[in-house]
Design a protein around this ligand. Sequence first.
Ligand SMILES: [Zn+2]
Length: 147
Amino acid sequence: MSTLHDVGERDSWRCWLCDDPVDPDASVNADRGPSVDSGASSRGKAAASGAERLAHRACNTRKGKVAPVVAWSPDLLVVDPAPIVATVDRMRRKGGQEAVARCPSRADAEEAARWLLDRLSRFAPDLAVETQVTAGGGQYLLVLRER
Ligand SMILES: [Zn+2]
């Protein structure tokens, strides 16, 4: 069991679920205060990076026993975006590749690809993946695949 400080340092004081900064000096009783989320370990296969992650108290999945949710940025133009947590779980188990969103233009798809890789570099730093954008049916498909 790591201390809150260890987990915070490892996650650079950023919440693993909402991706916003966490103030290390905030009260641990405040909604936006720091807490250790062990939600990752209850999901069967613990991530290689460690099952304990830093989360805002309000974002922490431990008490509510809800599955963690990672939201796509509202700034992206994506259609039918795949649930990020479930996609990461499957790719950890099986590798391969998965279509994760459709976009109206190549620029939108490339922006979504950049955002997703950056997001995953913190959410699932152990996962070695790359993105691919393919045109088809007047849309652009964003694919995440094993590297
Ligand atoms: Zn948060």
